[in-house]
Design a protein around this ligand. Sequence first.
Ligand SMILES: CC(C)(COP(=O)(O)OP(=O)(O)OC[C@H]1O[C@@H](n2cnc3c(N)ncnc32)[C@H](O)[C@@H]1OP(=O)(O)O)[C@@H](O)C(=O)NCCC(=O)NCCS
Length: 143
Amino acid sequence: MNREHARRLERQLAGAETYLVAWHDDVLAGHGAVQWQGCTDAEVRAAFPDCPEIYGLSVRPELRGRGIGTALIGAAEDRVRQRGLRWIGISVDVDNPDAGRLYERLGYLAKLRYRGVWSYLDAAGTKHVVDEPAIFMVKDLPS
Ligand SMILES: CC(C)(COP(=O)(O)OP(=O)(O)OC[C@H]1O[C@@H](n2cnc3c(N)ncnc32)[C@H](O)[C@@H]1OP(=O)(O)O)[C@@H](O)C(=O)NCCC(=O)NCCS
């Protein structure tokens, strides 16, 4: 089992995030999470306080382009609205313009370029740190 999924479930049980999973029949089609504390980057959090972040969004390659990513983002926005919060963010690597265009189409505006440092656990539980420039995008959620 990918240890990253276990980590997300642990964080959900601790109330730190909400883990969203999309199914296509009985196939796990995609996933993402709402990180309630916001972006892990301190500069981004200071600029956008109380702004939960969608992260780890991913759809199986053969199922992309069918609206699953859009549905996951919509589900994340619903949960943020339910908590009465006014905005939601998502980070995108500068070298991932396709994803950035999707977020723009869904109402997210590029706000802040920052040094994106994040980590994930592989199947063996080894932590990998990724360090690459990213853009924080924000969408207002009118109540
Ligand atoms: C980005 C991603 C989650 C979108 O999921 P999806 O189910 O394909 O999204 P939707 O079907 O709702 O929307 C399709 C749009 O996503 C965009 N997109 C981004 N990366 C894509 C990819 N690798 N394949 C297909 N579409 C992609 C396209 O611009 C497409 O827009 P279009 O209809 O104008 O061509 C998915 O493509 C993915 O897992 N990509 C690889 C991981 C990744 O980049 N994650 C984002 C991290 S910020």
